[in-house]
Design a protein around this ligand. Structure first.
Ligand code: NAD
Ligand code: AKB
Length: 371
């Protein structure tokens, strides 16, 4: 559907560093060559941070809200056989299970992850396996294990196999002390949730592996994502998806957030575009690797309801507040400044509130049974 960036940016295939670097030994070489505690490790090393042609990809958490849409787009772009989908407890939809290779993998199992990456000669990992914000507040220890130990496993495996890594951070990486309007790219990050703590730590860890081991890590701070293929997996912004199902099914929705809580949001096609565009971007232009603020729209439950009412006039919304998710939402920015992403790799969303609502209702009306 989208092809806004040039294939010519994928010129790494001819880079001698790509061909000459022996995969298994490169990590040892990388580590051995490092001066320990080389302070303020200079960002990037022209010999190892190279343009690369993404060609053998592993998607972790491939059956989730993002993975179930990113995986088929990657398969379309790089070839079905080159995109390996790994899942945990949530199964892949049939068409994804049938269209390319897949496996079951617990991201906390470092050995199993290493075996998949080595056996399938993976060179790029889109690491989506995670516990989201609301579930992370219910199970903080488990969120730490999956989000942090899982990420360390991915980064270590990536070093050993010379892989690039995509890490999706979140608006949740900010907290109550962060400026909520036009939230700058570089600002206070003191989140009050376990999810946020794992996201800031993840961003820092990805930057660390980039400086310390020259790993090609890149990340985005996604806002709430809205999509019609797969339901979200236990976040604070899930209301912005549920509301469409409820509108079509019952013409009524009970919202768990206050009517006037404003949050950044993005439609899934833009989220997929951003991930691929960032991973294909010329590394020389990437100053803020981990992670870029990206947003497409910012709205309240009341505003999205009004937009839905333009299509379903008898739609009504009630409010039954969930204090945990309301508190999380209150600690997040209202609107992020994504000018660094726009400047450094040409980020620009295609959907705003009105075009997103229009498309969501069209796509979902064929899927949801009117009750
Ligand atoms: P999701 O919950 O829909 O999918 C996450 C997947 O991780 C699930 O399929 C789950 O089975 C898998 N998983 C959980 N524990 C695992 C384990 N131990 N081993 C392997 N897999 C495991 O989440 P999503 O919305 O697709 O999000 C993907 C990434 O994007 C996450 O890092 C999330 O924090 C980030 N993100 C998402 C949003 C959003 O609105 N969806 C916004 C910001 C950031
Ligand atoms: C959540 O609400 O947890 C996610 C996110 C914005 O990170 N949708």
């Amino acid at each position: 559907m989208f092809q806004p960036w040039s294939q010519s940016s994928l010129s790494g295939a001819s880079d001698p560093d790509v061909k000459s670097s022996p995969r298994a030994s490169s990590a040892i070489d990388n580590r051995g060559a490092l001066t320990p505690f080389r302070h303020l490790y200079p960002t990037g090393s022209p010999s190892t941070i190279i343009r690369r042609k993404v060609k053998r990809i592993l998607v972790t958490g491939a059956s989730g809200q993002i993975g179930s849409e990113l995986t088929p787009t990657l398969r379309e772009r790089y070839g079905d056989a080159n995109v390996f989908a790994s899942v945990h407890k949530r199964k892949l939809p049939l068409e994804l299970a049938e269209s390319g290779p897949s496996c079951t993998l617990d991201i906390r199992d470092a050995e199993a992850l290493r075996a998949v990456v080595t056996e399938h000669r993976i060179d790029t990992i889109f690491h989506l396996a995670s516990v989201l914000s609301a579930v992370a507040e219910e199970k903080p220890q488990s969120a730490w294990e999956v989000n942090m130990n899982g990420l360390i496993n991915v980064l270590e495996t990536a070093v050993l196999n010379n892989c690039a890594v995509f890490f999706p951070s979140s608006v949740g990486a900010f907290g109550p002390l962060t400026p909520p309007e036009n939230t700058p790219q570089d600002t206070i990050q003191k989140p009050s949730t376990m999810y946020g703590i794992t996201k800031v730590s993840g961003e820092l860890l990805c930057d660390y592996y980039h400086r310390r081991f020259h790993l090609d890590t890149r990340g985005l701070r996604y806002p709430g994502l809205i999509s019609y293929k797969t339901l979200p997996g236990g976040g604070t912004t899930d209301y912005a998806v549920e509301i469409f199902y409820a509108a079509l099914k019952n013409s009524h929705y009970e919202c768990y957030l206050e009517a006037d809580i404003r949050l950044d949001m993005m439609y899934m096609p833009d989220a997929i575009k951003a991930a691929i565009q960032l991973m294909e971007a010329d590394p020389e232009h990437l100053i803020h690797r981990n992670a870029y603020n990206v947003t497409a729209m910012s709205f309240t439950p009341e505003e999205v309801s009004e937009e839905i009412k333009k299509h379903i006039p008898d739609f009504t919304v009630g409010y039954r507040i969930d204090s945990v998710r309301q508190a999380i939402a209150e600690s997040w920015p209202r609107h992020m400044d994504d000018s660094a992403a726009r400047k450094e790799w040409g980020w620009r969303p295609d959907y705003d509130l009105s075009t997103m609502v229009d498309d969501m209702l069209q796509k979902l009306s064929g899927k949801v049974k009117v009750g």
